[in-house]
Design a protein around this ligand. Structure first.
Ligand code: GLY
Length: 369
């Protein structure tokens, strides 16, 4: 088992990464509890596959649990999903000193974390992420929230978990597509801040996608280590944390354009968005053209989406996509903020991007469809 510590003063916690952590959940969580019970928020698919194992893992340390399973998918990350979650927690008489467990992917982690942030003005929670995407990104760093009709993640709060248990074995039950969508976020870390990690992924990505547990553990550890460092230096995203949004301005617009449906999963949007951000960087003369080509080649070798030509069905034109980008949280004073890069592993944030350049990159990408 590996441990990454997130040393935020007064809110510090560990991320444990390894096999068999669900079976050990009770032993890891019990020392944090005021009384031996937790309330678990999960979703139906995860509950069907894994809730019994979590219950057994908790019971092994005499921790009781009650659980509510929400409808799988992004629609639960809504006022309606939040109200169901909060009603359940209040019905379970969860007290201020109790612990909530978020057991699922990014949707459940964000929703349960937000419910924990507002219930009785703040209850602690543990993240047990069940997808690669949630293990390497959304379960760490304390961003919680729900979607609005106007855009994704527009309602929320920073609320750090008390512990994160990233069980590598659970990744074995993901579909290849879901695993690879999460891999989009792993590649993002190499692209934004660690060229050596990117090269490591080029070498080891296919084997870790095929199931190598040690390589999966190492990819999760390095991603979490990078995220923990950034979050510790800039918890509330006043600066450096925005680097984690590499690929997200484009990705969120594409997700909105495809109705947040399974035409495009979040991590697939991020991967395509990273390529587009690299293309804009190259067009602006900041980065060698070889870099977007190298990223595209790696994503192709992994068998995951790499550009807009891989998205089925209609998409808006470039102006329509730029309008959707305007809904992004990263808009400040009306100016779009982009994460661009000078090289693989050297990303930076800027608001100084000529919209015509963005439009021409999008036009070319759309023309290849
Ligand atoms: N997912 C981006 C962040 O946590 O800041």
């Amino acid at each position: 088992m590996q441990k990454v510590h997130v040393p935020l003063e007064g809110r510090e916690y560990d991320v444990l990464i390894g096999g068999g952590l669900i079976a050990r959940a009770g032993f890891e969580i019990a020392p944090l509890l005021n009384r031996p019970r937790v309330a678990v928020l999960t979703e139906q698919r995860v509950a069907d596959l894994h809730l019994k194992d979590l219950q057994a893992g908790l019971a092994a340390a005499d921790v009781e649990m009650s659980a509510m399973a929400l409808t799988p998918g992004e629609t639960s990350k809504s006022w309606d999903g939040l109200s169901k979650a909060v009603d359940f927690l209040l019905d379970q008489k969860v007290e201020r000193g109790d612990m909530i467990v978020a057991f699922g992917g990014g949707v459940i982690g964000d929703l349960a974390g937000f419910a924990a942030a507002i219930l009785r003005r703040g209850v602690r929670f543990v993240q047990i992420p069940t997808t690669l995407l949630a293990q390497v990104d959304s379960s760490v760093g304390g961003k919680t929230g729900i979607n609005a009709a106007q855009g994704k993640n527009l309602i929320g709060a920073f609320h750090q978990p008390s512990l994160v248990l990233a069980d590598i074995d659970i990744l074995g039950t993901l579909s290849t597509r879901d695993f690879l969508a999460g891999y989009g976020e792993v590649v993002k870390y190499g692209c934004l801040g660690d060229a050596e990690f990117f090269t490591w992924l080029e070498k080891n990505g296919p084997a870790l996608a095929a199931g190598d547990r040690a390589l999966r553990g190492e990819a999760v550890r390095r991603s979490v280590e990078m995220k923990a460092g950034i979050v510790t230096r800039d918890e509330k995203e006043h600066g450096e944390r925005a680097l984690l949004n590499l690929g997200h301005t484009f990705g969120h617009a594409l997700e909105a354009a495809t109705g947040y449906s399974d035409r495009l999963l979040h991590g697939e949007g991020v991967a395509i968005g990273c390529v587009l951000a690299f293309e804009v960087s190259a067009r602006l003369g900041l980065m060698a053209q070889e870099s977007p080509s190298r990223l595209r080649a790696h994503l192709a070798a992994m068998g995951t989406k790499k550009d807009m030509a891989d998205i089925q069905g209609e998409l808006p034109d470039s102006d329509g996509l730029i309008r959707l980008m305007g809904q992004d949280k990263k808009v400040q004073g009306g100016a779009l903020h982009f994460v661009l890069a000078r090289a693989i592993g050297e990303a930076f944030v800027t608001s100084d991007v000529d919209t015509d350049v963005v439009r021409s990159v999008l036009d070319e990408a759309l023309a290849e469809r």
